[in-house]
Design a protein around this ligand. Structure first.
Ligand SMILES: [Zn+2]
Ligand SMILES: [Zn+2]
Length: 343
């Protein structure tokens, strides 16, 4: 320790040489933000730096008049003598890895990332570095994602089955990222699509960025009339069991999340179906990415840190846990009550 360019502090990851924070969880002077999920983007910083496609997404999250500087992927900036650039993380619109270079040393902070491209954001690109700080939300060998096309076919088939039974199809998905990904991939020719207001807000931002999404309306008396029994409702998990949702009854419910890979989670969530759709890297994706960076040391944060560090050390790698405020996030995400961070 000590020789790393980026170190954990009680406010978030900090680069002392460049005097900036990465994804701080308390207001700071200068925040470099990997993406706009609420556990990475905090309100009240003096200045924000994020990727160009991420500016409007971040603006939904922080104070309206926030000073947000957008930078194109790959463009080099100089922050107090430290070279900083952002690179696609494939997690959601505008998500970025942060590359930091100073005195011949290169470190990359992944933020959340997904290796498989999905058409709603720039595809992930591994970046060469000496040290890689990786997330590990799904850092256990049991997490291996199926092909996206197969899962989408399952969702479409489930929707058609529900139509035959006269039920509305309700998919629970986090309002930013997951919801748009479902909407982008699903066969919207099957019927009308209604979304929760929190989803619609981000749909507008995605459309403005040129991402193809089907027509969506929020819940009104009229949209419910056309949607009931035939349509698709995409809404955050927090609306489960609310009067807002009950107006679409009768319905069948499904949760779209990486956590659905574990038997029992579907029942625990109280939904009829689970679709394994994650915007994080799975176990093979994490290991492949770590190898692709060519790094000599790995910092592991955000998820199953101990399991991944233990595994990497067994492989002879230099690996350590980078503590963040979000050490318990896996469980938080599973209940989904306190965060809209996606699984
Ligand atoms: Zn995230
Ligand atoms: Zn996260």
């Amino acid at each position: 320790m000590g020789r790393n360019l980026v170190e954990p502090t009680d406010r978030g990851l900090y680069c002392a040489a460049g005097d900036f924070f990465i994804d701080p969880w308390r207001p700071v002077d200068r925040a470099v933000v990997t993406h706009a999920h609420s556990d990475h983007a905090t309100w009240g910083c003096d200045r924000y730096l994020c990727s160009e496609p991420g500016v409007e997404v971040l603006r939904q999250r922080v104070q309206n008049d926030a000073d947000i500087q957008g930078v194109a992927y790959g463009e080099l900036l100089d922050l107090n003598g430290v070279k900083v650039s952002l690179h696609p993380a494939g997690h959601l619109l505008g998500s970025a890895q942060v590359r930091v270079e100073h005195a011949g040393r290169v470190e990359v902070i992944s933020g959340d990332y997904k290796v498989q491209p999905d058409g709603t954001c720039d595809a992930f690109e591994p970046v060469k570095c000496h040290r890689f700080i990786t997330e590990s939300t799904f850092g256990l060998p049991i997490y291996r994602w199926r092909d996206d096309a197969e899962v989408t076919a399952d969702i479409n088939a489930w929707w058609r089955d529900n139509q035959e039974a006269g039920r509305t199809s309700v998919v629970f998905a986090y309002a930013l990222g997951k919801a748009q990904r479902i909407l982008h991939s699903v066969d919207a020719s099957l019927g009308p699509v209604v979304v929760h207001g929190s989803v619609q807000r981000f749909n507008d931002v995605y459309r403005a960025a040129g991402v193809a999404l089907p027509d969506t309306t929020t819940s009104t008396e009229e949209s419910r009339k056309t949607c009931k029994g035939v349509g698709l409702v995409v809404t955050p998990p927090s609306t489960l069991g609310t009067p807002w949702l009950r107006k679409f009854a009768p319905y069948s419910t499904a949760f779209a999340s990486g956590w659905m890979a574990i038997r029992g989670n579907r029942r625990r969530r109280g939904v009829d179906r689970g679709f394994v759709v994650s915007d994080h890297a799975d176990w093979p994706g994490l290991l492949q990415t770590i190898a692709d960076t060519g790094c000599e040391s790995v910092g592991v944060t955000h998820g199953y840190t101990q399991a991944l560090v233990r595994y990497l050390r067994q492989q002879g790698m230099d690996a350590d846990i980078v503590p963040t405020r979000y050490e318990g996030e896996s469980d938080t995400e599973q209940t989904g009550e306190t965060t809209d961070e996606s699984g």
